[in-house]
Design a protein around this ligand. Structure first.
Ligand code: ATP
Length: 451
């Protein structure tokens, strides 16, 4: 039995991470110079790297390292017919209530107590719930009105279903096989919030895995385990991750099983990803509405069937924030070379997730260090994203890289001019090692690209 105490939510972590995101250039409030645009965010120089690394790590594990999954990048704008057939026009709604006292709006299914307004504290002041459709509607072309209506996709998944036939005919894949996509989705959320956890514009990483009907349960179990392992393999601690099977009353009408991968956020357990056994619901609905046959003909068995679908659907932006929260740490350390104690903030990212993998730091701004430092930078850059920083005392620069989560710093000093070696400093242990410039890339590779 695991004797480790289970982790508990840390409410203070939320503000620390949000502040760090702004201060270090991970995430900025959108349109800030115009007073901001509620619950919308821009990813800064560090955030864009983090987000890209999360998406790349997903793609690597879901597409690159497999033989049975291919990629897709479908359009964001789509005609009403898609959403009519998928059921989104009718059913993609959340129950909206207004408080008659303070006029705040809430999503009824997310309230802790459906009788008490969390804003003003009054009881039984809510209006009847109205079903509010979450899709953003706009118009294609210069004339607004019926016939020109289009929707911004609220999920990437439908792109895979409506291209099922195209992919089947062009990719030489046969069930079990998957189609994966990473991209933006849009939902007119009633209550966006918790920083980038719930926003109206966000990124998803979704895969539809098409299987023979009698193998659906087996593959559902397989993907639940596979997806949970993915987060673990990238350094998310076991005690802040869990797989939670949905109760029967939570399941969509077409799903015979759904489990969420949940992370222990500062406000408690919440969803990172849902893995659903969707049966043949989607392909059947699109076949019916479009008149196309969305089936697979198994020549060996001489049988035709509609594949069942297992869908692991994750949020990229939400997951990037979870990696940030999991990585955040504070500790008391001795400042290098001073013997003095100080506290440091360190993001203990897995190297695959860390925005910068390496920072090249000339010990001082002196001109003679510039040529070797630039040489080291250009040796490293073709392989890894690297930062270059020559201002401030070296201790301050290490602290800055700790806060960015850079796994390794490479310092070029005056000895480098004689011995053509550099000091490599490890973010977590703060240990330093002297490494010849000529062997630097080989030294870094297993430390940054290892599993
Ligand atoms: P919820 O019930 O929280 O509204 P959901 O269960 O409808 O979400 P899915 O449709 O399963 O979410 O979407 C798959 C994933 O996409 C979610 O697990 C989440 O990581 C991400 N996601 C969904 N909505 C948002 C959003 N508004 N902002 C950020 N990420 C989101």
């Amino acid at each position: 039995m695991n004797s480790e105490p289970a982790a508990s939510a840390d409410p203070g972590l939320f503000d620390k991470v949000v502040n760090l995101c702004k201060r270090r250039g991970f995430v900025y409030p959108s349109a800030e110079i115009y007073g901001g645009f509620r619950s919308t965010y821009d990813y800064g120089p560090l955030g864009v790297l983090l987000l890209r690394n999360v998406k790349d790590a997903w793609w690597r594990s879901m597409v690159q390292l497999r033989h049975d999954v291919v990629g897709l990048d479908a359009a964001i704008l789509s005609p009403p017919a898609v959403w009519e057939a998928s059921g989104h026009l009718k059913n993609f709604t959340d129950p909206l209530v207004d408080c008659r006292n303070c006029r705040e709006r809430f999503r009824l299914d997310k309230l802790d107590d459906p009788h008490t307004c969390p804003n003003c504290g009054k009881h039984d002041t809510f209006t009847e719930a109205r079903q509010f459709n979450l899709m953003f509607k706009t118009y294609a072309g210069p004339v607004e009105g019926k016939g020109a209506e289009v929707y911004l996709r609220p999920e990437t998944a439908q792109g895979m279903f409506i291209n099922f036939k195209n992919v089947l005919e062009t990719s030489r894949k046969r069930p079990p096989f998957g189609i994966a996509q990473v991209g933006k989705s849009f939902r007119n959320e009633i209550t966006p919030g918790n920083f980038v956890f719930r926003t109206r514009e966000f990124e998803q990483m979704e895969m539809e895995y098409f299987v023979p009907p009698d193998e659906a349960e087996k593959w559902y179990q397989y993907w639940c385990q596979e997806r949970l392992d993915w987060y673990r393999s990238l350094g998310m601690p076991d005690d802040r991750l869990r797989l939670r099977p949905h109760d029967a009353d939570e399941l969509s009408h077409y799903s015979s099983g759904t489990s969420d991968v949940e992370f222990l956020f500062p406000w408690g357990w919440d969803e990172l990803e849902g893995i659903a056994n969707r049966g043949d619901y989607d392909l059947t609905a699109h076949a019916k509405a479009s008149g196309e046959r969305l089936e697979y003909f198994d020549q060996a068995a001489n049988e035709r069937y509609v594949p069942h679908v297992i869908e692991p659907a994750a949020g990229a932006t939400r997951t990037a924030m979870a990696f940030l929260m999991a990585a955040y740490d504070e500790e008391e350390v001795e400042r290098e070379g001073t013997g003095k104690g100080e506290s440091r903030v360190v993001l203990r990212f897995h190297p695959r997730i860390a925005p910068y993998k390496v920072a090249v730091l000339p010990l001082s701004k002196k001109v003679e260090l510039q040529a070797p430092a630039r040489e080291v930078l250009s040796l490293v850059q073709p392989h890894w994203m690297a930062d270059y920083d020559e201002t401030q005392a070296i201790g301050r620069r290490y602290r800055r890289q700790d806060e960015l989560g850079t796994p390794l710093c490479v310092t070029v000093d005056f000895d480098t001019l004689d011995d053509r070696a550099v000091t490599v400093r490890d973010r977590d242990s703060m240990a330093q090692e002297r490494v010849p410039i000529d062997g630097l890339v080989d030294y870094l590779r297993p430390r940054l690209d290892g599993e």
